[in-house]
Design a protein around this ligand. Structure first.
Ligand code: CP
Length: 311
């Protein structure tokens, strides 16, 4: 398949069809193999990436920047844009993006407002990638999640995937669930009812053919699933701290819970707070740091594709 993505934005996972997602996963796999031989490629030499982050990030920003450096390109970065960019003086998302597009060939933006990535993309001519827009979407996380599931389990069709935790506010699960709808997957949505996945999204997923069960029984889900995708309760989305405290902790994954489930892949977009016991980290099931590392290959594939370069 020739590169179908040159010059495009990635705002929501629905911007990609199944063929395009598979193209990116396959390209990522080739980059992973290539990077076992070389520390640096020159595919994007002369190109410049701008990362514009209005919300905190470790993995997404640094893996995008790593990907660009590994491809031989350059990076300019604002890591705390709400405080240190002219957003602090009242500059709009659109004006900031338009300005940065004058400096860079591609922009990666994270912002707390749903719809902010689309707003920025509409203001610029260079490709813009949504690195998270509030409780909306995180499409590149969904790509690396699919990549990790495929790598750990050897397939996507036929998997039973349990999404656990704050499914109301978690943008990673919103994007991932939509991406999984391209495959024959059974989805278990495991959360307290107050943090359930939004009903319109569940209806959309069901209409797309996903088999879905909603439950608050983590122990039962662990027995059924091939992949346990754990998420943290999103403290920053709660206006009432007492409400956050009420939901914290009941879905903790520990070694006792995973006993006898050697083939179960445990994933987490990270950061974790206390929802996975660190004692789990040394089990072969624990894929979450491999998952975070996979972000580099997937983002190398995406940057190369959007900038119109072939591997
Ligand atoms: N998974 C993820 O988005 O992590 P960061 O918030 O550290 O970028």
């Amino acid at each position: 398949m020739t590169n179908p993505l040159a010059g495009r934005d990635l705002i929501a996972i629905g911007d990609l069809d199944k063929e395009e997602i598979v193209f990116l996963l396959d390209e990522a796999q080739r980059f992973q193999a290539q990077m076992a031989q070389a520390h640096r490629l020159l595919l994007l030499k002369g190109f410049l990436l701008a990362t514009l982050f209005y919300e905190p990030s470790t993995r997404t920003r640094l893996s995008f920047e790593t990907a660009m450096h590994r491809l031989g390109g350059d990076v300019i970065s604002v890591a705390n844009a709400r405080a240190t960019s002219s957003a602090a003086k009242g500059e709009s998302i659109a004006d900031a993006a338009r300005t940065v597009a004058g400096y860079a060939d591609i922009i990666v933006q994270r912002h707390p407002a749903v719809g902010s990535a689309r707003e920025a993309a509409n203001a610029v001519d260079v490709p813009l990638i949504n690195a998270g827009d509030g409780t909306g979407e995180h499409p590149t996380q969904a790509l690396l999640d699919l990549y990790t599931m495929r790598q750990e389990q050897g397939r996507l069709d036929g998997l039973c995937v349990a999404l656990v935790g704050d499914l109301k506010h978690g943008r990673t699960v919103h994007s991932l669930a939509q991406a999984l709808a391209h495959w024959q997957v059974t989805l278990l949505l495991v959360s307290p009812s107050a943090l359930a996945m939004p009903a319109p999204l569940v209806a959309t997923l069901q209409a797309a053919g996903l088999q879905i069960s909603e439950t608050d029984d983590l122990r039962a889900a662990v027995q059924q699933a091939d992949v346990l995708y754990v998420t943290r309760i999103q403290r920053e989305r709660f206006t009432d701290p007492a409400e956050y405290e009420r939901f914290r902790g009941p879905y903790r994954v520990d070694r006792e819970l995973l006993a006898g489930r050697e083939k179960l892949t445990v994933m987490h977009p990270l950061p974790r707070v206390d929802e996975i016991d660190p004692a789990v980290d040394s089990l072969p099931n624990a894929a979450y740091f491999r998952q975070a590392a996979n972000g580099v290959w997937v983002r190398m594939a995406l940057l190369t594709a959007l900038l119109g370069r072939e591997v």
